[in-house]
Design a protein around this ligand. Structure first.
Ligand code: KIV
Ligand code: NA
Length: 270
């Protein structure tokens, strides 16, 4: 397998090959994901829940993200090292200014990330452009943005209704124009996510709870392995159910994303 790079992600998007993304927070799971054919490994700030036992991602620090990014990067390098490594800019590390965002992004890139992800709509486009122009690939994130859960009023579907959809469409186009190469759409109606995917040929949408019409999919690894402390979200599938181990479950996830059998709109979307 050739290493996944920014041009290769663009080729996959153009070809219609689905991009399989999975979170990982440590070296062993990252190496297993890489070996299972996962295209993109995300060090998500969901580590606040998964590793730290928090109720939200709001308390995750840049230092925590740096540490876990380093662990994952070491793990990927221990094996084939083909996966594209994306790391979340945590709450408070990029909101202040584009300069602050660049300093924070540099910490994650130095720890081994290939790309950083940040949450938010139009107000982030200036920052996205600033980072991209300086050689830092950026993944944007719209829909349910967990860092702003308190402003959103809970973990619920976003972009429902004409007004909300229009706003999300404007945000998505602005972020793509600013140079975001990937765009996570979290808990977005399937129809809207599919429409945005078709409208943005140079930015690959990665869905989570956003139906099957996106250019790729992402899940929190612990969720798809059936390991969850709380209630399992409806958009998750437990890939351990029919697998005889973690690697097999990850490989089944990659297969299901690539052949379009995950997600199932009837079960995993709105
Ligand atoms: O933190 C995370 O794991 C994420 C994904 C769910 C997209 O942002
Ligand atoms: Na995140």
């Amino acid at each position: 397998r050739k290493p996944v790079s920014l041009p290769r992600l663009g080729e996959m998007r153009a070809r219609g090959e689905k991009i399989a993304m999975l979170t990982a927070y440590d070296a062993t799971f990252a190496a297993l994901a890489d070996g299972a054919g996962v295209d993109c490994i995300l060090i998500g700030d969901s580590l606040g829940m998964v590793c730290q036992g928090r109720h939200s991602t709001v308390g995750v620090t840049l230092e925590a993200m740096r540490y876990h990014t380093e662990c994952v990067a070491h793990g990927v390098r221990r094996v084939q090292g083909t996966a594209w490594v994306v790391s979340d800019l945590p709450f408070g590390s990029y909101q202040e200014s584009r300069e602050q965002a660049l300093r924070s992004a540099a910490v994650l890139m130095e720890a081994g990330a290939h790309m950083v992800k940040l949450e938010g709509g139009g107000w982030t486009t200036d920052t996205v452009r600033f980072l991209v122009e300086r050689g830092i690939p950026v993944c944007a994130h719209l829909g349910l943005t967990p860092q702003t859960v308190h402003a959103l009023g809970g973990y619920r579907v976003q972009g429902r209704g004409d007004e909300a959809a229009t706003r999300m469409r404007a945000d998505a186009h602005a972020l793509a124009d600013a140079g975001a190469a990937l765009l996570v759409l979290e808990m977005v109606p399937a129809q809207l996510a599919a429409a945005l995917t078709a409208e943005l040929p140079h930015c690959a949408t990665i869905g989570i709870g956003a139906g099957r019409g996106t250019a790729g999919q992402v899940l929190v690894m612990h969720d798809m392995l059936g390991m969850n402390l709380g209630r399992m979200a409806r958009f998750v599938r437990n890939f351990m159910q029919d697998a005889d181990g973690v690697s097999a479950a990850m490989a089944a996830y990659v297969r299901a994303v690539k052949d379009g059998s995950f997600p199932d709109d009837a079960l995993h979307a709105w």
